[in-house]
Design a protein. Sequence first.
Length: 233
Amino acid sequence: MFRVAVITGASRGIGAEIARQLSVAGYELALIASGPWKETPEYPTKTVTYQVDVSDFTAVKQTVADIKKEFGQIDVLVNNAGITRDMLIMQMSEEDYDRVLDINLKGQFNLIRHISPIMLRQRSGRIINISSVAGLIGNAGQTNYASSKAGSIGLTKSVARELAPRGITCNAIAPGFIETDMTKDLDVPLKQMIPLGKSGQPSDIAATAVFLASEGARYITGEVIRVDGGMGM
Ligand code: NAP
């Protein structure tokens, strides 16, 4: 039985809801964000918070060691931390391009790099990377973000192939337009862009993550599941 889940970007939005639903499903939680945690969220299972910037290779290594010491094992990794720095390509700064790639893509690599040895020794594990529909179909004004999210899909499929012989699965979720801090200032014509005619909720993504972590998903790996109201089809 899987017991311990590590979730990045878990202080709010989609990550916080994934944490809540995984806790309800019985997982103990190691929660990561880059900002300071005001308090430890009250979920039904053991919950410990960690402050680390996922783009920092060495700091992530130390945090993973701390989590292993605290919980003894790591069964599920949800790579959810992400940012946007939108700008038209002609005006996008090098810094904004690099920062988005560093957090959204290298951050996922950093966590997998340091957690996969633990899963390999256990000969089991589930890795879930949060990509985006922008990584599948692109989005004007988001060349940095879409690059990072398309990269996450390549990362997912390569890791899936590499770790499959040891019983570890790796899948991606590609959310569409989900109501969180990330999207609160965007003015999007939902009815025109989304066949289901409305935005999604963090709970829609969390339910898919809980499924991918569950026994029922044991034969699924290297998959990208769109949860987008049909936006990316
Ligand atoms: P959000 O509300 O802005 O939350 C982002 C989370 O990531 C926060 O917990 C934030 O905490 C954390 N974070 C940011 N930078 C970090 C870093 N360097 N190191 C560690 N943690 C970091 O975003 P969201 O909408 O829930 O998005 C979650 C994921 O879903 C992202 O990967 C996003 O790209 C993806 N997604 C979202 C949508 C959408 O419509 N909302 C659509 C497609 C994909 P701190 O600020 O404290 O670090």
